[in-house]
Design a protein around this ligand. Structure first.
Ligand code: SAM
Length: 390
């Protein structure tokens, strides 16, 4: 059973790019003449044998066009999405009568690998907030470092120019000033340290993070006089004493359960001098997103593992203040299955003020973004400045 879909050239090229990204070269290529129509039509068939079925791509082309000589070369470059292509597709592009005919796959690859009955709904995990990604694992932290440094997306850290703006915001709000001892909690690879260094302030800076590759990078690149980085888990490591300003950027506090946020605010408060400040950047209402699930094949190693794997992802609202992500990783070579879960726990402004109050910290000001927008419950973010009681 094959199915034909007529695609415009733009969509066709998009599909083709997708193919290029996911597949190896075809196992067999046959050139022939179209028996049904005129002998002026040349057919190039390409055959892929995959773990989940075989796929044939047929490209019909008028012989006269072949004089350009581009077809064969171009097709040799095509890579086919072996297992990603569960939808049988045929392609007929507007400009050149290109067809892809796909033989039905023998089995849906996901169904073949895993019983999905468990995956079709969001599981409410026993522990919930506080379960997290394997930040401190070497391979994961190494791959995550690449994401931190990537300037084209904001998935791990913001782009450097945004981080510089955040630092300028702190200076404009007189939160960051000259001669402060600053503690950057979950500092990642030290991108805020770099931005602070550019301001030529007399700052003593400490960064803590549990990701070995991030700390290694920070030590290598930003460890100048008065800038120190330490590898450690926030929940268990010691924070330096006599801090004037502690900062927690990019929603890191939302990774933690309320119990752990209590522990962390207590630790932060203890490390602050009287009158010292704590600046928090939290999620503000991300929980409207619908439950969703998707899957992808990672052919050449990805965020979680070095070898090819199938990643099943589901994410969704678990309750009014908890958003969950679940990643099931099936290593395709070694056939081992892993599961990672991470959560974002929402904390409202009043909740943070209440928790902070238990630890000698009082509320100073809140903003809705790094441009100084006043905070409302529908602001893009929740930025809070707290001060340790004198
Ligand atoms: C979204 S990144 C933000 C990094 C940095 N604040 C930034 O904005 O560039 C989250 C960071 O939290 C760190 N992290 C997560 N859980 C941690 C923990 N329990 N202890 C220390 N660091 C942790 C991760 O290693 C990662 O570098």
């Amino acid at each position: 059973m094959s199915k034909e879909v007529k695609l415009d050239i733009e969509t066709y090229l998009k599909v083709k790019n997708d193919l290029l990204e996911h597949v190896g070269k075809p196992t067999n290529i046959v050139l022939g003449l179209d028996e049904e129509s005129s002998s002026e039509t040349v057919i190039i068939s390409e055959y892929w044998q995959t773990e989940y079925g075989s796929v044939t791509l047929m490209h019909k082309r008028d012989k006269t066009h072949l004089s350009d000589g581009f077809d064969v070369c171009e097709l040799y470059e095509i890579q086919f999405p072996a297992v990603t292509n569960v939808l049988p597709i045929s392609i007929i592009s507007d400009d050149s009568d290109i067809q892809v005919i796909e033989k039905p796959l023998q089995a849906d690859p996901i169904e073949k690998l895993i019983n999905l009955t468990d995956f079709k709904r969001m599981i409410i995990h026993k522990k919930g907030a506080g379960e997290t990604l394997p930040w401190s694992e070497l391979y994961f932290s190494n791959r995550m470092l690449e994401e931190h440094l990537e300037q084209s997306h904001d998935q791990a850290s913001r782009a450097k120019k945004d981080i510089e703006n955040h630092v300028s915001f702190l200076i404009a709000e007189k939160i960051l000033r000259n001669n402060l001892r600053v503690l950057d909690i979950a500092c990642g690879p030290g991108l805020y340290a770099e931005a602070i260094q550019k301001q030529n302030l007399e700052t003593v800076y400490f960064g803590i993070d549990s990701a070995p590759s991030a700390i290694h990078y920070a030590l290598k690149n930003f460890s100048v006089k008065d800038y120190a980085f330490k590898l450690g888990d926030l929940l268990t490591c010691d924070f330096p004493a006599s801090i004037d300003l502690a900062v927690v950027f990019y929603e890191v506090l939302n990774f933690f359960s309320e119990e752990d946020v209590n522990r962390l605010l207590n630790k932060m408060s203890k490390s602050l001098n009287s009158g010292g400040q704590l600046f928090l950047e939290l999620v503000n209402k991300v929980f409207d997103e619908e439950y969703d699930k998707e899957w992808k094949i990672i052919n050449n190693g990805g965020l979680f593992f070095n070898e090819p794997y199938l990643e099943l992802i589901e994410e969704g609202k678990i309750n009014d203040s908890l958003f969950g992500h679940r990643h099931i990783i099936l290593l395709l070579n070694s056939r081992v299955c892993y599961e990672y879960r991470n959560f974002l726990q929402e904390y409202t402004l009043s909740k943070i003020i209440k928790i902070a109050g238990n630890y000698n910290l009082h509320f100073k000001k809140a903003w809705g973004d790094f441009n100084g927008l006043p905070y409302t419950t529908s602001s893009p973010r929740l930025l809070i400045c707290l001060e340790k009681n004198i």
